[in-house]
Design a binder for this molecule. Structure first.
Ligand code: PEP
Ligand code: MG
Length: 324
């Protein structure tokens, strides 16, 4: 199997009938780039920037961030790189910010909520991103968006920083796409409205599943409720994809589900455009996709949506796609 996967390293990701999707990788630091290249990923679908802020005693400067982002986009040499703005809080802490403890950190002051309040910190990151955008195919993504107002405010800050940089004579990327993570059920439900204003969606199933099922993603006792194949999750995923396509936009997925062999046929069948996963899952997924047609996958996904339980969905996929 390994030999078969290796042959696909420099091939595009296409199904048996020639339908193309993007198989890209999740990274945490520029150190992960080697894995991206070795596994033939077609880009980076999620660069989690919080690691730049962690394990130190103060905020990273604009220059430090610019250097890291530039290194990543240059290394990808024109291939897309989706960089997510700071997603701190929840399970990830920054001791030097001195934030009060919370009863429900996953429902609390994290990610975009924190950035919209700590605007100087956020603006610094936005400037670094805009400048790095001049060196490759960089896209910016905001995490944990729950309302359109949050998106509009974040985008307005980005535009302000862009204008300031231009006034200072500093070069920025032109036409940088700006998208959001869909990881909160309200946003999935409101996807038609969001799709008019964002350039793309990336579905964050790690959080979307925990918030939809009300099951803490870190809690073993309730892990039986953490069900990627639950028809409720598949229905949300479908409505997000459909809403984006209705506006001529694209949808990716950057949660663990995107590289799961049971989920891959379903997501392909639902029309997902971009699958972002750990680099080591890219070649197995490419191989899997090469053996199915879009129609087979779409039929299976349509049937799965009508089933009643996650187990039924899993059995259906296993019966249709024995390699899953
Ligand atoms: C997600 O929620 O699916 C996601 C990709 O983000 P993180 O795992 O960093 O919360
Ligand atoms: Mg998340």
């Amino acid at each position: 199997q390994k030999a078969e996967w290796a042959k696909l390293k420099n091939e595009p990701s296409v199904s048996k009938d020639g339908t193309h999707v993007e198989l890209v990788a999740n990274i945490g630091t520029p150190n992960d780039l080697e894995g991206v290249h070795n596994n033939g990923a077609e880009g980076v679908g999620l660069y989690r920037t919080e690691f730049l802020y962690m394990g130190r005693n103060e905020l990273p400067t604009e220059e430090e961030q610019f250097d890291a982002y530039k290194q990543v986009v240059e290394s990808l040499d024109g291939k897309p790189v989706v960089i997510r703005t700071l997603d701190i809080g929840g399970d990830k802490e920054l001791p030097y910010l001195d934030l009060p403890e919370e009863m429900n950190p996953f429902l609390g002051f994290r990610a975009i909520r924190l950035c919209l309040e700590m605007k100087d910190m956020f603006r610094t990151q936005l400037r670094a991103l805009l400048r790095a955008g001049a060196f490759g195919n960089l896209k910016i993504m905001f995490p944990m968006i729950a309302t359109l107002e949050e998106f509009r405010e974040a985008k307005a800050l980005l535009e302000e920083e862009q204008q300031k940089l231009h006034a200072e004579g500093v070069e920025t990327g032109s036409d940088i796409e700006v998208g959001i993570m869909v990881e909160i059920p309200s946003t999935a439900v409101m996807a038609p409205q969001f799709a008019k204003e964002v350039d793309f969606f990336s579905i964050g199933t790690n959080d979307l599943i925990q918030y939809t099922m009300a099951a803490d993603r870190m809690n073993e006792r309730v892990s039986y409720l953490y069900q990627p194949y639950n028809p409720a999750i598949l229905g949300l995923v479908k409505s997000v994809i459909d809403a984006s396509h209705a506006e001529g936009k694209w949808t990716g997925m950057c949660g663990e589900m995107a590289g799961d062999p049971i989920a891959v046929p379903l997501l392909f069948g639902l029309g997902l455009d971009e699958f972002s996963m750990s680099a080591t899952s890219v070649l197995p997924a490419r191989s899997q996709l090469s053996k199915m047609t879009k129609q087979e996958a779409a039929d299976t996904a349509a049937e799965a949506l009508k089933l009643s339980t996650a187990d039924e969905v899993q059995q259906l996929v296993e019966s249709r796609f024995p390699m899953a």
